[in-house]
Design a protein around this ligand. Sequence first.
Ligand code: NAD
Length: 501
Amino acid sequence: MRLIQHFIDGAATTATPTRTGDVYDPARGEVQARVALGDSALLDVAVANAKAAQPAWAATNPQRRARVMFRFKELIEAHMDELAELLSREHGKVIADSKGDIQRGLEVVEFVCGVPHLLKGDYTEGAGPGIDVYSMRQPIGIAAGITPFNFPAMIPLWMCAPAIACGNAFIIKPSERDPSVPVRLAELALEAGLPRGILNVVHGDKVMVDAILDHQDIKAVSFVGSSDIAQYVYGRGAANGKRVQCMGGAKNHGIILPDADMDQAVADIIGAAYGSAGERCMALPVVVPVGEETAERLRGKLVAAIAELRVGLPTDPDAHYGPVVGAAHKAKIEAYIQMAIDEGSELVVDGRGLTLQGYEKGYYMGPTLLDHVTPEMRSYQEEIFGPVLQIMRARTFEEAVSYPTNHQYGNGVALFTRNGDFARKFASQVEVGMVGINVPIPVPVAYHSFGGWKRSGFGDLDQYGMDGIRFYTRTKKVTQRWPAQDAGAVLDQSFVIPTMG
Ligand code: NAD
């Protein structure tokens, strides 16, 4: 059986791991590999290695660092098919979707190819007599990223690309459920010219996460995953004096006004609710039609569109989505469907019990549709993270906006309308971090930043864009004075706080 090892100092580790985890093939429901599970001793090795390599990398001029990122981008593109195949085999998403996962990460690599410009500081000449003030961005040293299973290429790249381009060393702790793609990315970065030790990959579970949070030489931690763990990581990392950003779970709403282009909205919602088997933090698992007539029209079209969906192998080019990630996750989704029924919502389409001929042990689920969902239902309040769409009917625009605003999560939200006035009000008032107007999955482009509100995000800086550059750098502010060279100039001595007046 294949053993997935840590990647430290530019090579896979060779020692036999004391603990391993199973890596499943979700399409077949079988263990396909084992992954080494590291501990604090293993992390010490990775950190020591990063610490030795980082000063020289930080001293490499930013244009040269950018050239490495440029070459890294070219290599990811050249290896797109191989990476997508590897990703689908461990995650279960269809190949085209895996390419999207890689592409969205690649765009952050493209963004940081401009890092010399992004790192420029500010300068004020003559802030006082003979005094100039400037600021510069310096790398923080060693940073770490702890990533979820659902985007094994995009999210590690969101983190490691800006961190490295800014002159840091970076340690990725990928999800132990699909750990191979980050290792392959680290190999490609090395091939692109990144010095050994600047990008290390350590595998593990809570033991490794805790080791990262407690390590004194790791100065910043970026986390993406479920909210309870995000909050825990945020608290423990911050208590240890680290800079921490943690993205959590989500329950995104799509609101349909009566004037929306219904066919387009349904096509968008079907893709956003069921694509990647609903295992996206920017999925749209709740749809809120405004008015009974809108709700009935929507429901009819959703049922028809669901009947056309094809669940299949990740390698099936005609499949709309593949299996969910694991047996326990499948059981959890099924339990939520039962909970929703018990709580009084109407099961319109039942996706449970689907099997694929020849792949009976795979973790497949058909699309589920529930109607008449209400805000007090636990199945609505919590994240299901599967191919389940809930219809929550609203009477007015204001009522519809109140649902995402009052929800514990605030990652993404979408409004479907032709009315610009409603759209403007919505974007301004809704208490959610990322808003789509007639855009179902409003993941900001790489030169903006990604982050949700409320229990979807802990910390004040978002992922990638300028926030990514800020997160992985410290600003140093320099106030300099060159005393006048005139004869007779006297040095001041003052016991009063200096002012520029
Ligand atoms: P998860 O929280 O189970 O795991 C995330 C990471 O935390 C993994 O690396 C895992 O090894 C580690 N971890 C798990 N349990 C831990 C514990 N008890 N202590 C310390 N570390 C622990 O999340 P997941 O199931 O891999 O990913 C799905 C979740 O991630 C969903 O909630 C989804 O909404 C969220 N997500 C959020 C975003 C976002 O940007 N907001 C993006 C993608 C996924």
